[in-house]
Design a protein around this ligand. Structure first.
Ligand code: FAD
Length: 389
């Protein structure tokens, strides 16, 4: 077993486990404060990888998330300029009629951003701090709440152990850091899989232009089914079909895919292309969606959970990453309040943050129901009002 000594001079060592969106941003927050930051990520460096495996291709960045990016000086140039503003939802009725529903006041919008690009930019930003080291191909296996000693699996079967003063678990919905919490008394934990799965399909540009109006989050609400589409910089749209797993499983041939789309999303067939639909529907199986709630988010002065590791939410409120980014700001503010004393900061973070994150998880669940059922009603009311005018 290889041993690496992390302590340098007398600076405290913060280990961030997981270099996804929240982990990479968090590394910047801790580095900015002057800690010795070590980031450990199970995957290889996605900036060098040929294929980046992960969840949704793009996601909606809201005010919450942008504020966190601004804190580490990286909102505008790298991120906002590469995002596409979505001012409203565009509801597609079964007849193909489109009705916009604005997100807020005039001029307000959320941004469609490329997940991989955002993650890469955050990693590069973290690496610009001389006190930050990124360790890829490090999969956390176990850690000690008493000593902060972590054991990582390395490629080819070897292991490495390192120690930190603070372990920040940003390793996602199936967090290995959180496993230690589950072994302890008075830790509350629940996880719920919803009956729906999701599948991504690409809508290519038409004659070099977006196939639909780009500055919208397009939604096809169909009772128990729903499809959404977010624009990408390359003028494609990423369509996400949400549907109960049992419905996905009923479709097993190309003809059945077309029949299904004919029935529920007829206007999307020429936009995605029948041949593409027949092929892409079977490219990957539908993915599951889980909601995780737990409390507290910390153990003593040694470990804290943030992002999906603390609160994985269903994606219907578009706030999973945004809430994870906000975790970083809240923690940072509490660090100021308590002079970086982890024994005071960590319990205060749990006290302040758990109720808010649980509220986001509940709102996401409510919006799951709202988006599937309610938008049909809203678009109907908008159409009816227009007819009256
Ligand atoms: P993750 O992104 O899961 O990153 C965790 C990282 O930890 C990964 O890099 C992983 O490789 C690494 N890791 C895991 N285990 C280990 C280990 N043992 N050791 C070391 N490293 C490890 N949110 C929004 O705000 N807006 C949206 O529009 C939106 N759309 C979504 C659409 C879909 C279909 C889905 C599924 C989610 C969506 N989300 C959205 C939610 C968002 O994807 C998550 O909230 C966000 O990715 C959480 O970031 P994270 O860094 O906490 O976790």
């Amino acid at each position: 077993m290889e041993e690496s000594a992390l302590r340098r001079e007398d600076k405290k060592v913060v280990a961030v486990v997981g270099a996804g969106l929240v982990g990479a941003l968090n590394a910047c927050f801790f580095a900015k404060r002057g800690f010795e930051v070590e980031v450990f990520e199970t995957r290889e460096d996605i900036r060098k990888a040929k294929v980046v495996k992960g969840r949704s291709i793009n996601l909606a960045l809201s005010h919450r998330g942008r504020t966190a990016l601004k804190h580490v000086g990286m909102e505008d140039k790298q991120i906002v300029s590469k995002g596409i503003p979505m001012n409203a939802r565009m509801i597609h009725s079964l007849s193909g009629k489109q009705s916009p529903i604005p997100y807020g006041k005039k001029g307000q919008y959320i941004l469609s951003v490329d997940r991989a690009n955002l993650n890469k930019e955050l990693l590069t930003a973290a690496e610009t701090y001389p006190n930050t080291k990124l360790n890829f191909d490090h999969k956390l296996q176990d850690w000690s709440a008493e000593t902060g000693l972590m054991t990582f699996a390395r490629p080819h079967g070897s292991k490495t152990q390192t120690q930190a003063d603070l372990i920040v678990g940003c390793d996602g919905a199936f967090s290995a850091v959180r496993k230690q919490f589950l072994r302890r008394s008075r830790f509350n934990y629940s996880q719920t899989y919803i009956p729906h799965g999701y599948m991504e399909l690409t809508m290519r540009p038409r004659n070099g232009e977006f196939a639909m109006k780009p500055n919208y989050l397009h939604i096809w609400p169909r009772n128990t089914f729903m499809m959404i589409a977010l624009p990408n910089l390359d003028k494609t749209f990423t369509c996400t079909l949400f549907m109960p797993f049992e419905e996905f499983e009923k479709i097993s041939t190309g003809d059945e895919v077309i029949e299904f789309f004919q029935k529920y999303f007829p206007d999307a067939i020429p936009l995605i292309g029948a041949a593409t639909l027949r092929r892409d529907y079977f490219r990957l199986p539908a993915q599951a969606m889980v909601s995780v709630k737990c409390s507290p988010y910390h153990i003593g002065d040694k470990c804290v959970l943030m992002g999906d590791a603390a609160h994985a939410v269903v994606p219907f409120y578009g706030q999973g990453m945004n809430a994870g980014f906000e975790d970083c700001i809240v923690f940072d503010e509490i660090m100021n309040q308590f002079n970086e004393d982890f024994s005071a900061v960590l319990p205060e973070y749990s006290r302040v943050r758990v109720p808010d994150d649980h509220a986001i998880a509940d709102l996401a669940m409510y919006n799951y129901v709202e988006m599937i059922n309610h938008l049909i009603l809203k678009s109907y009311i908008i159409r009816r009002n227009k007819m009256k005018c």
